[in-house]
Design a binder for this molecule. Structure first.
Ligand code: 3PG
Length: 206
C-alpha cells in the first residue's frame, strides 16, 4: 500500500450521487494521471459503484472511505476494494479488517489516537481533519514522536495548501474532496474534473 500511495500523490475523496457515473469519473481522473480513488460510503450507491469499478478493466486502485463499523469492513471487502479508509481509529474495526485481509487506514487527530493505531500495527494513518487539528505543524510534531509512521492528511486541503502538506517529510499522499465536486459529477462535467485534477497534481513536488 505504501507504494500505491506514494505513486498516487493525491487521493480524491469522492462522494457519488449515483453509481453509473463512477466509470466516466474514473476515466476523467485517469486522464489527469490519478489512479487511486476513494469512494466514500456517505451515499447509498457507494458499494454498487465500487463493485462496478472493480469489475471494469480500468487500471485504478480502489479505496472505500468513511468506514465506521465492522460491517462496513466486510461490505467493502466483498465489493472488491484494494484498501479502505476510516475517519477514526476503532480497535474492533482494525482487528476485523486484519482478519479479512482488508488493508485499513485509520483516521487519527491526536497523538493518543495515533498510539492506539500503531499498537494495532498500522503505520499509515489518515490525519483528519488536518485543518482543524494543527495542519502541517501537527504533522511535524508527529514526525518527531512517530518517525516510522506515515500520514495521509485530509480535511480542508485545497490548491492553496496542497503543496505545503505534500512537502511534509512524513506525508505519503494527500487526500480531499476538492478534486471531485459533487456538482460537477452531477452535471457530468468530466473535462472540468480532469482539469482540476491535472492542476492539482502539477502543484506537488517533494
Ligand atoms: C474525508 O472524508 O476524507 C474528508 O471529508 C475530506 O475532507 P475535505 O472534504 O475537506 O477535502
Amino acid at each position: 500500500m505504501h507504494e500505491i500511495l506514494t505513486k498516487a500523490k493525491i487521493i480524491p475523496v469522492i462522494q457519488l450521487p449515483n453509481a453509473h457515473c463512477i466509470i466516466p469519473l474514473a476515466e476523467a481522473l485517469l486522464e489527469a494521471g490519478i489512479d487511486t480513488l476513494e469512494i466514500t460510503l456517505r451515499t447509498q450507491c457507494a458499494l454498487q459503484a465500487i463493485e462496478t469499478l472493480a469489475k471494469s478493466n480500468l487500471p485504478c486502485h480502489i479505496a472505500a472511505g468513511t468506514l465506521t463499523s465492522t460491517q462496513h469492513c466486510n461490505d467493502v471487502k466483498n465489493a472488491g476494494v484494494d484498501f479502505a479508509v476510516s475517519p477514526g481509529t476503532n480497535v474492533a474495526m482494525l482487528q476485523q479488517a486484519q482478519s479479512i485481509s482488508l488493508p485499513l487506514i485509520p483516521g487519527i487527530a491526536t497523538a493518543t489516537e495515533a498510539l492506539t493505531a500503531i499498537e494495532q500495527n498500522c503505520h499509515i494513518l489518515k490525519f483528519f481533519p488536518a485543518n482543524l487539528y494543527g495542519g502541517t505543524k501537527m504533522l511535524a510534531n508527529f514526525n518527531s514522536f512517530f518517525p516510522s509512521t506515515h500520514f495521509i492528511p485530509t480535511g480542508g486541503i485545497t490548491t492553496a495548501n496542497a503543496s505545503e502538506y505534500y512537502q511534509q517529510a512524513n506525508v505519503l499522499a494527500i487526500g480531499g474532496s476538492w478534486l471531485t465536486p459533487i456538482k460537477l459529477i452531477e452535471e457530468e462535467k468530466w473535462p472540468e474534473i480532469t482539469k482540476i485534477a491535472t492542476e492539482a497534481l502539477s502543484l506537488l513536488s517533494h
